[in-house]
Ligand binder design. Structure first.
Ligand SMILES: C[S@@+](CC[C@H](N)C(=O)[O-])C[C@H]1O[C@@H](n2cnc3c(N)ncnc32)[C@H](O)[C@@H]1O
Length: 327
């Protein structure tokens, strides 16, 4: 009787997240923040962790794979032939190979497919709509035989500002707004400059209790119409000046106003806001024009700790900087 080698429990709980190369840093930070993870390995855009985060919410992860077995590249075919394929196969399958730039000599899809084929009783290959999507993923030295457990099919583009019932010309891209919600990682948050509600919508869609303030009654009305349109029920909207807030909140995500006032007037509003926000929360994500000199224009930022910074190019004349600040 052959002795079956049991994979170690670590293999059972190892996952590979295929991150978007669109913004790798943001993509990585989104997963780590949402999953509260500090132990990980990154190879190109493949993130290896041994935790399954609340992935249905993720914006910048493209796919997630559960590792079935792993080994050095030259032993992976042997390893695959040893696994109990019945546990991982359902109805039909297809094999795909993915590798980082450093990976060489990864076995081909055909080679892996023939091993899998031999280890299933009545195998069915389906290249277009397989029930079981098996992947061989190669990094510089290691190969991972995996099963796809999730593919990101969220339709962020369908929620872009001009496709919502009520428009705000400077509304954040919904995918970016969702990443900010995940990075804040709180059950409720406030957007004190909410405009037409772009950030509130992304929070509401993943079950956060969202509160929005705006100084302009037209914007409050627009937010309300948009939130209702997307079926969001847990929200509060109030006509309020963000520089006078005083009710405590779990966190803040906001996109500071620009354009309407002079730059200097805007800097004053930003600084005043940072000062009052310190009294109501200790975790905040703030987007602002990238040309704002943080030290010179925002003295109140010295009361906060800048944990992370991202820059996004919007168009020729505007780039935005987003900071995660805590204290
Ligand atoms: C950049 S927009 C926010 C866009 C928003 N994220 C969206 O998706 O529509 C900034 C908003 O801040 C509002 N605003 C400007 N000064 C304000 C203040 N002192 N208090 C509250 N809201 C203010 C403006 O009316 C504007 O709607």
């Amino acid at each position: 009787m052959p002795i079956l080698k049991k994979p170690s429990p670590f293999y059972y709980s190892m996952y590979i997240y295929l991150l978007s190369k669109e913004d790798l840093d943001l993509s990585l930070f989104e997963v780590l923040s949402l999953g509260e993870i500090n132990k990980f390995e990154l190879n190109g855009n493949m993130l290896l962790i041994n935790k399954k985060v609340d992935y249905e919410m993720l914006a910048y992860t493209k796919k997630i794979f559960k590792v079935i077995c792993k080994s050095e590249i030259n032993q992976i075919k042997q390893k695959i032939s040893e696994i109990d394929m019945k546990k991982n196969y359902e109805k039909s399958f297809c094999i795909r190979c993915l590798k980082t730039d450093e990976c060489t000599n990864l076995p081909s899809e055909n080679e892996v497919a023939s091993i899998v084929w031999k280890s299933i009783e009545k195998p069915i290959v389906n290249l277009k709509t397989p029930h079981t999507k098996l992947y061989l993923i190669g990094t510089a030295k290691m190969a991972f035989f995996c099963k796809e457990i999730w593919e990101n099919k969220q339709k962020f583009d369908d929620r872009r500002a001009h496709l919502r019932p009520e428009l705000h010309p400077t509304s954040l891209n919904p995918k970016l707004a969702r990443a900010f919600v995940n990075i804040l990682n709180k059950k409720s948050f406030l957007d004190p400059f909410c405009g037409s509600g772009g950030i509130l919508i992304e929070g509401g869609l993943v079950g956060c209790k969202v509160t929005g303030y705006d100084i302009d009654p037209i914007m409050i009305r627009r937010s309300e119409i948009n939130l209702k349109h997307y079926g969001i029920k847990k929200y509060i909207l109030e006509l309020k000046d963000a520089t006078t807030i005083n009710d405590k909140v779990e966190g803040i995500i906001t996109d500071l106003p620009y354009g309407r006032n002079s730059k200097l007037e805007n800097f004053k509003i930003y600084d005043q806001f940072l000062k009052v926000a310190r009294k109501v929360t200790n975790r905040m994500i703030v987007s602002l024009p990238a040309d704002v000199d943080l030290e010179k224009h925002l003295p109140s930022l010295s009361d906060w700790k800048v944990e992370k910074e991202f820059t996004h190019y919007l168009h020729k004349s505007l780039s935005k900087r987003t900071i995660l600040i805590t204290y």
